[in-house]
Design a binder for this molecule. Sequence first.
Ligand code: AMP
Length: 500
Amino acid sequence: MAASDCHVSVCDNRGLMTDTVTIPFSSVGLAEPILRAVAEKGYTTMSPIQAAAIPHVLQGRDVMGAAQTGTGKTAAFVLPLLQRMLKHETPSPSPARHPVRALVLTPTRELADQIQDNVKAYAKYTQLRSTVVFGGIDIKPQIAELRKGVEILTATPGRLLDHIEMKSAVLNQVEYVVLDEADRMLDIGFLPDLQRILSFLPKQRITLLFSATFSPEIKRLAASYLQNPILVEVARPNETAANVEQLFFSIHEDDKRRVLRQVIRERGITQAFVFCNSKLGCARLARTLERDGLRTTALHGDKSQDERLKALEAFKKGEVDLLVATDVAARGLDIKDVPAVFNFDIPFNAEDYVHRIGRTGRAGASGLAISFVCGDDKRLIGDIEKLIKKKVEFTPFEAAEESPRRGERFNSGRRAWGDEEEVREASRDASRDATRPSRGGYSGSYGRPAPKPVDPFFDKPYEEKAATEIASWDNSKTSATTATSLSTPSGRPTFDALRK
Ligand code: AMP
């Protein structure tokens, strides 16, 4: 099937947002135990991707979903998955009665862990069993868990193949497959692994594919493995949310850290992600900020799995104020209400700009994204302007504190980006974050200029959208969506160190 042949049900942003914000979960035929779990999470109405995808999946259709993290896409595939698995519920303790029936494949360990948290929460009133497997940690407890029998398995491709080879994962009864963040799986070089895994699955199954972008490679993947899919699309990958205030400061490389501290202090920012382009820059910056008195933790490919999970937990609990991260480590992280995102380094790849700032202003909250632009970043800013179809306006910035002495650079006099070795570092981050090295096929795109998007959408002129058109799908939070300045959630810790 050519991707263009698929049955298309495009959900227009404008129509969908107004049509679906009031559609309750109870209207789509989900069973009571699932609805109870959803209600417990505090969700009242479906997000556009949920409203668009869930009914089709419940009818047994394959779905191609164009949706970024932050749109509620996890529930869009987990809820109908659970509904379809309910017929297999059994109290039997026998592992044989609990074969793997649903498989969710995702590129990174953090995403896998997050999806499993969602599956557990939504399945808590059912007897369905679930687990997650990913690389970088001891395989033995995973084997023990799989041997007990689970209906729903979330996995990164490399570690799943290890389990298949060791026969701890048997996939011949799988009825439902999700390829989550498919574009990123191909970027990392997982295509051969995916092809092998899919070859172990029964042909008769439901397959869902979610991707932020639909490159020709993604369309080919869909054409090979999905049958007559419905295309659901709610937000273009190059659209930045209207509820995120984007500021660009043109500053000297040496002033970045000082400006970061000043902005945090002046805007009363409670917590933030700070993005760097390389793991080395990330580790150095985190150390320096920690020395400045900010509770900081780093998230990059050189951290062990355990350290990464602990860093995330600490940030989620509010024990840490700043999470300094590389793109690969932070991709898709679901951390609610991050008030601000800093692009300490402008990303090499314009699409990463959109992904980075998508970490703030989630689920309808207002957000702030601040980018530090230095002399050599012009080309990268040009790429971002092309992608978001918007001219970047620089905000005048007045440094409140005296600039640090020139030459006393926190990154030992090396540029935080652009330097050949650092580019390679960033590139290595990408492959190291994967659970196993690339086996050929697609190569990673980190650390290299963004390839030109081939989607004709990118060639359309930029059309400004009113904030209300990209309004929240969560009514309870809609009031926050048009705010342009940062609102500080009450009760969250503030940066005491900076207030002094
Ligand atoms: P996701 O795109 O799946 O990472 O979801 C983004 C965030 O939205 C997560 O924190 C979800 O828990 C939350 N979420 C998902 N569906 C809904 C909903 N219908 N109403 C409110 N929040 C939701």
